[in-house]
Design a protein around this ligand. Structure first.
Ligand SMILES: [Zn+2]
Length: 400
């Protein structure tokens, strides 16, 4: 017999209202300009409720009326659009020697996009002080524009627990760093939420909201940085796994006799299909990697056979890994990000050929592989996207 220890509770009125506010906000985000009657007709909420919810969203300056009206049978309807001009969502990506900061308004309009050199920080404490200084500059800029910060998400290349603790970030040399707690402290209780997430997860959120594949329900983003990680969106939701560590595709073993990975194991995807397998020199700084990468692209364009051989091998190795993803998750699209983007013209044909040979589903289960169009700032943009996701799911700013 199945027993329940808790009786069903009557839904909390405040929760229902917050949920309904979020429903209306999302509808306006997707369908603006739209009228109150449109919202009522599509959401099933009655007209009086919609009017009250819209009034609340207007008070919070999340939605505004446009001067436009739409003539219908009967009286003209006032059209609504997202407002959000008084708000900003901030995303930061911490990488080995640079930090990227992005701020967007409620509609996703880019307000700011910075990339700052970040060398000299040898401990997590120094890095956090440096990040806090950058966040303060972003917040000051937003304050000058009279914008309230809705929240901040920081992306890190490493394992991030669901509590915002960075368990391991090998390229940063971090272990068990309470990044969200320490950063909030360094910002002296900033009055907005400080979240921390894995860089691949955030880049996947950025693609899902802003990218060329926006709205694709089953989407995998592969970071092509020094490390390789996957952000996995299935059925429209980011999948983190039990402790938040899902998507470490960089450490599946492709070749038991392959090159040594930075994790100490042999033949990991990251070691045989990461950017390190493309470049001649190991352990370069990102700035140096970009210079070398330009040279690889130049040689590939010129038809240099050695370069084309290397890219062929790396593409086939990458294809083996992507085929594992295709068999396991059946994504609609796999997006190659970071350093893979400039190499995509040479990698993609190899990846696709491997997938055709290794995926059990007909037509590789409908999975396409494409290069990201969001550039190196994808994870930072995803940090801002995560803040907007939180607003869209009902965590609305208080009326100031
Ligand atoms: Zn490894």
């Amino acid at each position: 017999m199945i027993t329940s220890t808790t009786d069903p509770q009557p839904a909390d009125f405040a929760d229902v209202r917050a949920t309904n506010l979020a429903v209306v906000l999302r509808f306006v985000r997707e369908h603006a300009p739209c009228s109150r009657a449109d919202i009522a007709a599509s959401t099933g909420l009655n007209k009086a409720t919609v009017s009250s919810l819209v009034a609340d969203l207007i008070d919070r300056r999340l939605v505004r009326e446009t001067g436009l009206t739409e003539n219908r049978v009967g009286r003209p309807a006032t059209m609504l659009v997202l407002d959000g001009s008084p708000y900003a969502a901030i995303g930061i990506e911490i990488n080995v020697d640079y930090v990227t900061a992005v701020a967007v308004d409620l509609s996703g309009e880019r307000l700011l996009s910075w990339r700052r050199s970040f060398s000299g920080a040898t401990t997590a404490g120094q890095a956090i002080a440096g990040v806090a200084a950058i966040v303060r500059r972003v917040v000051n800029r937003m304050a000058k524009e009279e914008r309230q910060v809705l929240g901040l998400t920081v992306g890190v290349p490493g394992l991030v627990g669901t509590d915002g603790t960075v368990r391991i970030a090998p390229n940063l040399g971090w272990h068990d760093v309470d990044l969200s707690g320490d950063l909030a402290k360094a910002l002296r209780d900033p009055g907005f939420s400080v979240q921390v997430d894995n860089d691949a997860n955030l880049a996947a959120l950025a693609e899902h909201r802003f990218g060329a594949q926006a709205g694709t329900a089953n989407l995998v983003y592969l970071t092509g940085e020094i490390g390789v990680g996957a952000g996995v969106i299935l059925d429209g939701r980011l999948r983190r796994g039990g402790q938040g560590y899902a998507g470490e595709i960089g450490h599946i073993q492709l070749d038991p006799l392959g090159a040594e990975c930075r994790c100490g194991r042999l033949g990991c995807l990251e070691a045989v299909a990461g950017i390190g397998a493309v470049l001649e020199h190991a352990a370069l700084s990102p700035a140096e990697v970009e210079v070398e990468l330009d040279e690889v692209v130049r040689l590939a364009r010129a038809g240099d056979s050695r370069t084309l051989n290397v890219l062929g091998t790396v593409g086939r190795n990458l294809g083996k890994g992507v085929a594992v993803m295709a068999n396991l998750l059946n994504p609609d699209v796999v997006i190659l990000g970071g350093y893979y983007v400039p190499l995509a013209p040479w990698l993609l044909p190899e990846v696709e050929a491997e997938m055709r040979g290794r995926t059990i589903a007909p037509d590789v289960g409908g999975c396409r592989v494409v290069a990201s169009t969001l550039g190196y700032g994808a994870a930072a943009l995803g940090g801002a996207a995560r803040v907007l996701d939180s607003v869209d799911s009902g965590r609305l700013p208080r009326i100031s």
